[in-house]
Write a protein that binds this ligand. Structure first.
Ligand SMILES: Cc1cc2nc3c(=O)[nH]c(=O)nc-3n(C[C@H](O)[C@H](O)[C@H](O)COP(=O)(O)OP(=O)(O)OC[C@H]3O[C@@H](n4cnc5c(N)ncnc54)[C@H](O)[C@@H]3O)c2cc1C
Ligand SMILES: *[C@@H]1O[C@H](CO)[C@@H](O)[C@H](O)[C@H]1NC(C)=O
Ligand SMILES: *[C@@H]1O[C@H](CO)[C@@H](O)[C@H](O)[C@H]1NC(C)=O
Ligand SMILES: *[C@@H]1O[C@H](CO)[C@@H](O)[C@H](O)[C@H]1NC(C)=O
Ligand SMILES: *[C@@H]1O[C@H](CO)[C@@H](O)[C@H](O)[C@H]1NC(C)=O
Ligand SMILES: *[C@@H]1O[C@H](CO)[C@@H](O)[C@H](O)[C@H]1NC(C)=O
Ligand SMILES: *[C@@H]1O[C@H](CO)[C@@H](O)[C@H](O)[C@H]1NC(C)=O
Ligand SMILES: *[C@@H]1O[C@H](CO)[C@@H](O)[C@H](O)[C@H]1NC(C)=O
Ligand SMILES: *[C@@H]1O[C@H](CO)[C@@H](O)[C@H](O)[C@H]1NC(C)=O
Ligand SMILES: *[C@@H]1O[C@H](CO)[C@@H](O)[C@H](O)[C@H]1NC(C)=O
Length: 602
């Protein structure tokens, strides 16, 4: 009776949800026969997880059909993991439980086990597969994970003892030049399955003479990227990827297939546009606005390093130069420039500036500017005063400043291919601390203060290794002009942001995932989060590229939207089957990498 009253009084309360999600060691875990029945009900799309690197271990315990040589050669490639049902880019978040030799964190004594990988994967090709499997799993208190590419920097596309919905095969792409909005306006759209990667969309848009807002790297997927916000080279022109979403098809853990747009399921539509992926439901399809491409793109590169003969005398001059450069960015972006600033210290700086013979004293800068419909001459006119300013502020004889003749790309595709990079990034441990920064944090403080913040932002746990900071010019006019109705649930801090600042520098012991991450998180909290709270107390961080262990994550990631997102989450995932690190309501749960258990703590 008391139980019943409680249930009535707290319809969404935790009482309905058992303390821990099920594991195969629990008596209520489904029998073999039940899994077979599930498989039948979803057209045989259920896959038992086979860690791909099993072939590298004695006896190939999971019978992987991919040879160890192939696994070893491809382990650093994001695209390799993306084509596998279970694999993720940063396996430390799956407990590094089955690595190939040579991989960061490999330990011969570890053996090969599922660790933090799912038990089963649904290789879904229809909404019905997703709906049936999720309803089945949530009724049995089984954790549900969602994987598109597996690129998530914090392993959010995996989870021990889970059933994973793999969206890779939702890969339809259709064009519609006059898709109707609620207000009668017509938009030129691509209707795209969530399993596509940006490279696929860029090609499809180019065929129509259009562009879409995606990321720099073509291998990133639509699924998680869009729901977290999604920034890229066109963000300072057209806003975030999520601002282009006109409709989403969402499957809930209760097995409902919902079309969410301005007309229906508006609360869900709002939440999936910026409120973070993998927590409200599984998106199978997006309707995305396309835009006219720029007719030409100019790419200019400004490099600044200490002169090799100046020794440590140039240290202060480099920090002053970095401060001058960053303080000029809001004005440059208002004038139409986009791009990325890379800052480097110690040995890490040598990757930015290959001509350096030894780790520099101070900081090295590599500033890439993108100008859409801006000629090289016009770009030079914008950048020249900044260079002059740097020369006058910082004793010029101490700095090597290079501004090469900018390159011109006559169409957007050729530009996009060049900046896409090699995606040679997977396989290690990703941990960063990040912040959105606006005029107040870049242009409206003293150069001295800014230089001081930058020095702290580039601090590394191992000083001789040094570190990099990546500053994306991905805000400014593009995000500022988005209407309220298209904004969604993106942290409003993004409205006044000009750049997204990624700071790194923690050293992670990859052989002990749980302890290694905890120690690195402590260092980041003390050295980076504390800095950002002082530098930018009122802004925020971008969920897809943030420190998941930041003690102020609710405020920093979700800002004022947290409570409303939590209510929406409860409405659409009442069994709390979808758990992700930093998800709304995730503070009620503890996911222990050692035991693999996901249990309520509150
Ligand atoms: C090489 C590389 C380059 C990057 N470049 C950029 C960049 O330019 N700009 C930027 O903003 N970010 C960038 N990122 C970060 C990127 O936004 C995140 O890694 C993001 O999580 C990728 O989404 P995904 O769907 O590809 O990855 P996944 O790991 O598959 O998924 C990420 C999250 O989304 C969930 N999810 C995936 N698909 C769905 C779906 N259909 N429905 C519901 N939930 C889903 C997963 O459960 C997980 O929580 C980059 C990352 C990498 C590795
Ligand atoms: C599901 O069924 C298909 C088709 O019969 C089969 O190939 C696959 O191995 C089954 N999956 C599991 C986990 O048994
Ligand atoms: C291992 O997988 C292969 C196919 O890749 C299959 O032919 C073989 O029967 C499997 N062996 C075991 C022991 O499951
Ligand atoms: C995770 O790795 C640790 C070793 O770092 C190990 O003791 C533990 O059993 C692993 N947990 C799982 C679920 O694989
Ligand atoms: C997943 O499904 C697709 C499409 O049906 C199929 O081509 C692919 O082989 C499947 N992959 C796995 C690992 O089952
Ligand atoms: C485009 O979408 C509209 C609805 O918004 C529909 O009426 C029209 O038939 C679609 N056009 C094509 C070519 O599919
Ligand atoms: C560098 O700056 C620091 C702090 O502002 C100052 O104490 C120091 O004297 C400067 N060094 C040089 C060589 O100018
Ligand atoms: C600039 O640096 C050079 C060499 O380090 C030094 O000789 C000169 O006095 C400096 N000039 C100023 C204005 O600080
Ligand atoms: C874009 O430019 C590249 C290189 O100049 C060229 O190969 C390609 O055909 C162009 N594409 C279009 C659509 O014009
Ligand atoms: C710092 O990194 C270097 C390798 O780049 C290594 O040789 C050194 O031992 C590390 N220092 C510490 C304190 O870990």
């Amino acid at each position: 009776m008391v139980q019943l009253l409680r249930l009535l009084a707290f319809p969404f309360d935790t009482l309905a949800v058992p303390k821990c999600k099920s594991t195969p060691y629990d008596s209520n875990w489904p029998s073999e026969g039940e899994w077979v029945a599930l498989n039948k009900s979803i057209d045989g799309t259920l896959v038992k997880t086979i860690p791909v690197a099993s072939s590298c271990w004695p006896g190939n315990p999971f019978n992987s059909s991919v040879s160890c040589e192939v696994v070893k050669a491809n382990w650093p490639l994001a695209a390799f993991h993306s084509e596998l049902p279970e694999s993720i880019d940063y396996p430390i978040y799956a407990n590094n439980s089955c690595l190939p030799p040579g991989a960061a964190g490999y330990d011969e004594k570890r053996g090969c086990s599922l660790g933090g990988l799912p038990e089963y994967v649904v290789n879904a090709t229809s909404e019905q597969h997703v709906a049936t499997a999720m309803k089945w799993a949530s009724q049995r208190h089984i954790r549900i994970a969602v994987k598109g590419t597996g690129h998530d920097l914090n392993g959010r596309s995996s989870g021990a003892y889970s059933i994973s919905i793999w969206t890779r095969n939702f890969n339809k792409i259709e064009h519609n030049a006059s898709w109707s909005l609620l207000n009668g306006e017509k938009e030129n759209v691509l209707i795209a399955g969530s399993g596509n990667v940006w490279g696929d969309l860029y090609g499809a848009a180019a065929e129509q003479g259009r562009v879409v807002v995606g990321g720099n790297d073509e291998t990133v997927g639509l699924g998680g990227f869009i729901q977290g916000g999604g920034h890229g080279p066109l963000t300072s022109t057209y806003g975030l990827a999520t601002h282009q979403v006109l409709q989403a098809t969402v499957v809930t853990t209760e097995g409902r297939i919902l079309v969410a747009n301005d007309r229906q399921n508006q609360d869900l539509f709002w939440a999936v546009r910026g409120g973070g992926a993998g927590q409200y439901g599984v998106i199978t399809e997006y309707v995305l606005k396309t835009h006219p491409p720029p007719e030409l793109v100019t790419v200019g590169t400004l490099q600044i390093a200490p002169r090799t003969d100046s020794g440590s005398l140039s240290t202060n001059a480099t920090w002053d130069a970095a401060a001058t450069l960053l303080s000029s960015i809001p004005d440059l972006m208002d004038s139409g420039l986009a791009g990325v600033t890379m800052l480097g210290t110690g040995r890490s700086a040598m990757s930015l500036y290959p001509s350096l013979k030894e780790p520099p004293s101070g900081v090295v800068m590599n500033q890439m500017f993108f100008g859409y419909n801006i000629t090289p001459a016009a770009m030079a006119l914008l950048v020249d005063p900044v260079i002059t300013h740097i020369r006058s502020h910082s004793n010029n004889s101490k700095l090597a400043i290079t501004w090469a003749e900018p390159a011109i790309y006559r169409n957007y595709t050729s530009f996009s291919k060049v900046i896409s990079g090699t995606s040679n990034v997977a396989g290690g441990g990703a941990l960063m601390s990040t912040r959105l920064l606006g005029r107040a944090e870049l242009s409206e403080l003293s150069q001295h203060k800014l230089a001081n913040f930058l020095q702290k932002a580039l601090r590394a746990q191992n000083e001789s290794d040094g570190t990099l900071a990546i500053v994306g010019l991905q805000g400014g006019p593009g995000t500022a002009r988005i209407s309220e109705s298209r904004w969604g649930s993106v942290n409003p801090a993004y409205r006044s942001a000009y750049v997204h600042f990624i700071s790194m520098g923690a050293s992670i012991d990859l052989t002990r995932p749980k302890e290694g991450l905890a120690a690195a998180a402590d260092w980041l909290e003390e050295n980076k989060e504390a800095l950002f709270r002082e530098w930018a107390p009122n802004t925020g961080a971008y969920i897809n590229e943030a420190n998941p262990f930041n003690s102020h994550w609710k405020q920093d990631i979700y800002g004022v939207h947290y409570e409303k997102l939590l209510e929406t989450k409860k409405r659409y995932d009442p069994s709390e089957s979808l758990y992700i690190l930093n998800g709304v309501g995730s503070d009620r749960w503890d996911y222990d990498l050692d035991s693999g258990k996901l249990c309520q703590i509150l």
